[in-house]
Unconditional design. Sequence first.
Length: 249
Amino acid sequence: MDESTSSSNNTVIDVKHLCKSFGDKQILQDISFQITKGENLVILGKSGSGKSVLIKCIIGLLPIDSGKILINNTVMNEANLSQLNEVRKAVGFLFQSGALYDSLSVMENLVFPLRRKAILKRDQLLAAEEVLKSVGLIDIADKMPSELSGGMRKRLGLARTLITKPQFIFYDEPTTGLDPITSNEISELMNSIQQQFKTTSIIITHDMACAHTTANRMLVLDEGKVLVEGSFDELSQLDNETVKAFFKI
Ligand SMILES: Nc1ncnc2c1ncn2[C@@H]1O[C@H](COP(=O)(O)OP(=O)(O)OP(=O)(O)O)[C@@H](O)[C@H]1O
Ligand SMILES: [Mg+2]
């Protein structure tokens, strides 16, 4: 069998025995997991446990020491730049800050990622309107980012990701810094995006309410290893001090 073939037809991300260190500091040790098409996988882990490094390794932004990473059957750690770029086009990131352009309006922020694509201006505006509707921001298209609340900025960040029609969305702490009500709205929005756009997501979060709302499956990273994997309910029952610490709120 071809080595690059994933074990299941529905497996779209397959991480096998991933090891990553910086100098003599081992960050990730023998990490293995799979993500099925359409799934939301939540990754929990305390600060510094290697969650952001893991995502960067998956997308090929950081070289790995050993193991194998497949996205859509492309072996990321063996791919050339054009293969990497092809896969990266399918991946949208939601950064913690939203990474907005403060001197551009909401609408201009949205059209910006399309500027190099051969898409007519009119179609760009239509696409922008569609995603603004999806994230509930259609009424504020002419506002500047400085006029938006934290929750609105997250929504705009998400709209900017969606306009590129990603197959995957990697969320790095999507609700951090938001009040519980706004945080819940963003979590619900993440679920409606999963349904509407059929996206597959990795969600890094410390927010257990967000995890509860969005996770189809969860994975806990500890000391560079996968400590445990399972549903929110399964993990909430576990008698393990590290896991219990996340659920003890
Ligand atoms: N480019 C780098 N060079 C050297 N060390 C790095 C580099 N990037 C990350 N690290 C180290 O790897 C470890 C994991 O970092 P990472 O950013 O993945 O943590 P994290 O789990 O995302 O934490 P947080 O929840 O605070 O965002 C940290 O000890 C960090 O200092
Ligand atoms: Mg991080």
